[in-house]
Design a protein around this ligand. Sequence first.
Ligand code: GAR
Length: 214
Amino acid sequence: MTYSRASTNGPNRRIIILISGGGSNMRAILKTAKRDHWHTRYGAAVAAVVSNQREAGGLVCAQEAGVATHVLSHRDFTDRLSFDLALMRLIDQQDVQGPNQVPALIVLAGFMRILSPAFVSHYAGRLLNIHPSLLPAFAGLNTHQRAIDMGCKFAGATVHHVTAALDHGEIVAQAVVPVLAGDDAAGLAARVLTQEHLLYPQAIAQWLQAKVSQ
Ligand code: GAR
């Protein structure tokens, strides 16, 4: 186990999580960050949670965990780029730069928006997503039903860097789950989600470790 650059004398990095719904991946990340002392180990802390849905259940969980929350509804914007530019402003306001501050890691955790190239290039190399399939198979929606319909024997989840091509960025980590006889989409989704909760915090920790080791 490597303990490099404690937050007191090394760089500090904020983590900003974007959600649209229940936020179970967000909760897994918060729990792991606390349990594994990401603050002292990597100088990293979840600083804010942003949702494009006012009613996202994850917002309450984040508040209960003492994390600042923000809502920016895409419905208040006439086009994708205007929303994305406003979202960039909101994120960057949460990423106040001080002497020891390095640019935030942006974590998409069930954030159900296609992002414009301007947004993606602004956060290049520090924008992660989790997708509920074994990419490059089944980019897009309804991944579990599509895997069942294709007769796949295995399904899973992928953590990847976000690029302008939907669900096609460089793969960081994957978890594999068998498709069982009689599986329906909901059952398979629940089993994959359990693995997502292990995979995503682990992939983020690896990303943070790589940064402090550079
Ligand atoms: C997760 O299964 C995640 O992989 C998926 O949405 C769910 C969010 O659950 N993301 C996507 O489909 C992105 N294309 P959560 O809100 O409970 O974390």
